[in-house]
Design a protein around this ligand. Structure first.
Ligand code: FAD
Length: 311
């Protein structure tokens, strides 16, 4: 058994594991895919103090930093169940899909999230070649260009407002008959002169020239007509889904959107169980935030362990 078991090997998990290892606690890190979402990222320009890096390079750097410590790294393990400790200071257990199970006095959950995909032709082919999911990350790459934002909820309308300040033109596409964002955001969006809003519009294809995105097809759901918009970028904003399905029956408190509820110290409702990063209710999902949150959860685990002896 470990003193600390980190589940998830993205920026939040790496940071948490390094912090508890530096406190001298026996630490294990188990993850389906080390590096997490960072592995799927091309250019990263907002990891402060590193003006430019690339996902696989940052993932390798996370791994190298973990290897500096006596951290037991267990890749390719998919957690399926959390069994919380029966008493304060006791052992919680995590069961994996291969039947293995690990025990630790403190568990730090950092299983991240995934962007919901449109599932239309061209989306997969042009990922990172014009199809993007994170306006904070990739918005500046489209300076002066034409982009679409798919999704008229709060995140879509916020993204469109953000992008309207940076890019040349924004087309917002919403499937429903009206936008679902807060009125104050909708009013703000309508005040831009470089924004078109199409409602009752179903995105049917992302088009490209084989190398990069050159447009988008959508169906007008009222007339049934198919239209094509020429543009260079498509931001998909139809939801970020936390990887927390496996925690549903554990007694861990999740928000209505499935995010792990944490307090300002990264503590969950279960004693000894902490969480960090995109899987949690922390606002703004970013690498630098996930790392900060991971270190915070780790320091809270440390605090818990020194106050609660094993029974
Ligand atoms: P993740 O990176 O999602 O890591 C989750 C970890 O948990 C992974 O190791 C995963 O395999 C593991 N896991 C999940 N479920 C289980 C399970 N059941 N059992 C075991 N392990 C599990 N942010 C920026 O700051 N700048 C950018 O430029 C940027 N660009 C991005 C581009 C793309 C295409 C994407 C998808 C995201 C981008 N982000 C960017 C967001 C950033 O990647 C995330 O905010 C960050 O990776 C979150 O870190 P995390 O550790 O919380 O979770």
């Amino acid at each position: 058994p470990f003193e600390v078991l980190v589940v998830g090997g993205g920026p939040a998990g790496a940071s948490a594991a390094i912090y508890t290892a530096r406190k001298g606690f026996s630490t294990g890190i188990a993850a389906e895919r080390m590096g997490g979402q960072v592995q799927d990222t091309m250019g990263i320009e907002n990891f402060i103090s590193v003006p430019y890096t690339e996902g696989p390079k940052l993932a390798a750097a996370l791994d190298a930093h973990i290897q500096e410590y006596a951290i037991d790294t267990m890749p390719l393990l998919r957690a399926e169940k959390l069994i919380p400790a029966k008493e304060l200071g006791g052992y919680s257990e995590v069961v994996f899909s291969n039947g293995a199970s690990l025990k630790a006095r403190s568990v730090i959950l950092t299983t991240g999230a995934r962007w919901r995909n449109l599932g239309v032709p061209g989306e997969e082919q042009y990922k990172t070649k014009g199809v993007a999911y994170c306006p904070h990350c990739d918005g500046p790459l489209f300076k002066g260009k034409r982009v679409a934002v798919i999704g008229g909820g709060n995140s879509g309308v916020e993204a469109a407002i953000d992008l309207a300040n940076i890019v040349g033109h924004v087309t917002l596409i919403e499937f429903d008959a009206k936008l679902r964002a807060d009125q104050v955001l909708v009013d703000k969006l309508r005040s831009f002169r470089n924004v078109d809003i199409f409602t009752s519009a179903q995105t049917t294809e992302v088009t490209g020239d084989g190398e990069k995105v050159n447009g988008l097809k959508y169906k007008d759901r009222d007339s049934g007509e198919e239209r094509h918009v020429e543009l260079e970028g498509v931001f998909v904003q139809i939801g970020l889904v936390p990887n927390t399905e496996w925690l549903k029956d554990s007694g861990l408190a999740l928000s209505p959107r499935g995010e792990i509820e944490i307090d300002v110290k990264g503590a969950t409702n279960l004693p000894g169980v902490f969480a960090a990063g995109d899987a949690t209710t922390v606002p703004y999902k970013q690498i630098i935030i996930a790392m900060g949150e991971g270190s915070k959860a780790a320091l809270s685990a440390f605090d818990y362990l020194i106050r609660n002896e094993a029974p």
